[in-house]
Write a protein of this length. Structure first.
Length: 281
């Protein structure tokens, strides 16, 4: 039930997409002085060593962030992303040694007036996460179900918020549960920016979840997806994406620039990209 550990996958191509877009959402939120809250439903351990057994066993980061590490003249979203990851590796003389998870990335961007609410159910990862933010009064770390926690956390007092939903999808029911939780949370907090990360392992399973969202009556829904191989019935993730509700202005443009750059670099001959408004205004 709780076997998933993101350390195996930290810094892979899906993280490149997810975190480069998350940073752009945070920068858009910072254009106003008003405070905002960041809510993470599946926060993980906070940050990850790329030299430990998890990362070394899979080597997924080598096909993700590592391929961008020495590139110059990157598109805006990717340049901001690499700069952020480099910040965490400054003490290692710029060598790619650690990878920041979403909470660590947000922590760098957090202003004094902003705050974070982080949910993590896995016992070991929750402990690591709590230790990471042990003296940070702007951050609340909760051991519990993030989808239930999301409903309890909205609407926030700030009336401005970024919500990242990034489950492991270990159970088939996760797909439907995630969509229903987002629909319920949106009813309580219609102005929030919701970012749903999703894998494509079985295309029909993923599309069923996204169709629930698309048909929910919620406006402004943007799909950002990168495939590294053609859809297949064989086991394994062939694509990953973000489904964004209430994306900031020009996020579609920034995403298209980033994916156009990433497609030949990370996608290979069978790769594909999609930046599409599934539901408009």
């Amino acid at each position: 039930m709780l076997s998933y550990r993101h350390g195996y996958h930290a810094g892979n191509y899906a993280d490149v997409l997810k975190h480069s877009m998350l940073i752009q959402v945070l920068k858009a939120m910072q254009k106003k002085d008003k405070p905002y809250v960041y809510i993470d439903t599946h926060a993980g351990a906070g940050a990850y060593s790329l030299t430990d057994e998890f990362a070394q066993k899979t080597g997924e980061y080598l096909e993700g962030v590592a391929k961008l590490w020495d590139h110059a003249n990157l598109p805006t979203a990717l340049a901001n992303y690499v700069e952020t990851v480099q910040h965490f590796n400054a003490e290692f003389d710029g060598e790619l040694t650690v990878y920041p998870g979403s909470p660590a990335i947000v922590d760098v961007e957090l202003r004094p007036q902003d705050r974070m609410v982080l949910h993590e159910l896995h016992g070991t990862d929750h402990e690591l996460l709590a230790d990471y933010f042990v003296e940070d009064k702007q951050v609340k770390v909760i051991k519990g179900d993030g989808l239930q926690g999301l409903i309890a956390a909205v609407p926030p007092l700030e009336r401005r918020g970024v919500i990242l939903i990034d489950p492991s999808y270990e159970m088939k029911t996760d797909y439907q549960d995630v969509a229903q939780a987002i629909i319920k949370a949106h009813k309580r907090f219609a102005t929030g920016t919701f970012l749903l990360w999703y894998p494509v392992v079985k295309r029909e399973q993923t599309e069923a979840m996204l169709t629930l969202l698309k048909n929910s009556g919620i406006k402004k829904q943007l799909r950002i997806e990168q495939g590294i191989s053609a859809d297949s019935d064989e086991f394994g993730m062939t694509a990953a994406g973000l489904w964004v509700i209430n994306p900031p202005w020009q996020m579609d443009v920034l995403a298209k620039e980033a994916l156009d750059y990433l497609a030949p670099l990370l996608g290979g001959a069978d790769g594909s990209i999609s930046v599409k408004w599934e539901v408009g205004e």
